[in-house]
Design a protein around this ligand. Structure first.
Ligand code: SF4
Ligand SMILES: [Zn+2]
Length: 184
């Protein structure tokens, strides 16, 4: 049976996910070149961040139906990565419209779609409508995260906080809309 790493390229080939990864990489290149002085490609830190984002995307429980990470109700990024993505988006977001207008517009369009319910919320709603007691959220099976932790509960190996805290936390991608001015 193929492992997660082997399956990742196939998952990321899905057009919606591929475009999202391309958008993230474009923003990282802008920020890396301007702020880290990288002439071509990405520095080590930015390479690590895009690889992290790719792992998250590949195991996003929403798959092709995913909202923008800014609108996500799961928020699977760890705190450090979340803050780094927020910082990159604050810087590169306003510059995307000039340098990558198609990606920028598509991201804005994606951001206007309402976020679907969490997959476990869907299960609870189905159980309720069928007359069954919905399971508490913490007992519903969660999909794997790229790091082998629970993507649905938003836990991360690097996250010291509890699952509950993670659920209530906002993702760094919250600033991913391409506003003409940086997010505060
Ligand atoms: S933050 Fe949400 S939408 Fe983005 S990859 Fe994680 S689970 Fe998917
Ligand atoms: Zn960099």
């Amino acid at each position: 049976m193929a492992n997660q790493a082997e399956e990742r390229p196939a998952r990321l080939a899905e057009p919606r996910l591929a475009r999202e990864l391309k958008t993230m990489e474009a923003m990282l290149r802008i920020a890396c070149r301007d702020r880290h002085g990288t002439a071509d490609g990405l520095c080590d830190a930015c390479t690590a961040l895009i690889e992290y984002a790719a792992r998250r995307l590949a195991l996003c429980p929403y798959g092709a139906e995913k909202p923008t990470c800014a609108n996500c109700r799961i928020h699977c990024y760890g705190p450090r990565q979340r803050e780094r993505v927020r910082d990159v988006m604050r810087y590169a977001g306003p510059r995307m419209m000039l340098r990558h207008p198609v990606l920028a517009i598509m991201h804005v369009v994606d951001g206007r779609r309402p976020a679907p319910p969490k997959p476990n919320e869907g299960l609870a709603a189905a159980a309720t409508s069928a007359g069954a007691e919905p399971k508490p959220e913490s007992t519903v099976a969660a999909g794997p995260s790229p790091d082998g932790t629970s993507a649905l509960t938003g836990t991360d190996q690097s996250a010291p906080s509890s699952a509950a805290a993670n659920r209530s936390a906002t993702n760094g991608c919250r600033s991913s809309s391409f506003s003409p001015t940086p997010m505060k």
